[in-house]
Design a protein around this ligand. Structure first.
Ligand code: ADP
Ligand code: MG
Length: 240
């Protein structure tokens, strides 16, 4: 669904993504993992063009992302991040409906979709629809961030450390929920994390990055059984 060909990004004269080749398969969960500063978020943001690459090509559904109108591209991709970016003065329902509103869905369809997403994420619609973000726990806010990203049924869900700030129990509940949603919908997901346990739980395809390049990629079980080098061995051996 997404293909990177020899993609390079330079910030202030420093190469942070270096001739990256990457395939993100339709219907799978691809997880980018690596230490802080390895280039994970930059890679993710180049997909929806929050960051523009300097050279190489990025293809979405067979066409260069550069050839899309940026609004069209972003509407076809959901984006969820650690600091959820919920609008504080909007209710849960209004926050979730951001993209459907832009697409001019009618009221009833929006209402139905909001309730469907809340139910899917284990939040009783009548209880949560009209709340404001500050009336929610951290884990509930994260769920709303995920619901908002999924609202208009995007072709791919981009998630950057979406469960980053959560306690381990809530984190694991949300991981299960996103996996379950993925299994039900077959949604293509690109997830960024620096947490090896999260990566191993979530990934169909795991991509380990270091200094803007891919060190090893494959099925998590394969990487665990056959780490390519000492760097990978050390990384997967870490328990934090
Ligand atoms: P990660 O998400 O893996 O922690 P990032 O992709 O955020 O890493 O960053 C990769 C490198 O690029 C880091 O060294 C970071 O400081 C640098 N970087 C990221 N965004 C910018 C920017 N807007 N301007 C300058 N440097 C940046
Ligand atoms: Mg990051």
């Amino acid at each position: 669904m997404i293909v990177f060909e020899q993609v390079t990004k330079i910030f202030d004269g420093r190469t942070v993504i270096n001739t990256l080749d990457l395939h993100i398969a339709k219907g799978k969960i691809t997880v980018l993992i690596g230490a802080s500063g390895s280039g994970k978020s930059t890679t993710l943001k180049m997909v929806n063009r929050l960051i523009e690459h300097d050279s190489g090509r990025i293809l979405f559904a067979g066409e260069e992302t550069r050839s899309f109108k940026i609004e069209d591209l972003r509407r076809r991709m959901g984006y969820a991040i650690q600091s959820t970016g919920l609008f504080p003065h909007w209710t849960v329902a209004q926050n979730i409906a951001t993209v459907p509103q832009l697409l001019n869905w009618d009221k009833q369809r929006i209402r139905q979709r909001v309730d469907e997403l809340l139910t899917m994420l284990n939040l009783e619609p009548t209880e949560y629809r009209e709340r404001y973000p500050h009336q929610l726990s951290g884990g509930q806010q994260q769920r709303i961030g995920v619901a908002r990203a999924m609202a208009a049924d995007p072709e791919i869900l981009l998630m950057d450390e979406p469960f980053g700030a959560l306690d381990p129990v809530t984190r694991s509940v949300l991981q299960d929920e996103v996996r379950r949603i993925h299994e039900l919908s077959g949604k293509t997901i690109l997830l960024v994390t620096h947490d090896i346990d999260e990566a191993l739980t979530m990934a169909d395809h795991l991509v380990l990055m270091d200094k803007g390049q891919i060190v090893q990629q494959g099925h998590p079980a394969h990487i665990l059984a056959h780490p390519a080098n000492d760097f990978v061995r050390e990384f997967i051996g870490r328990s934090d």
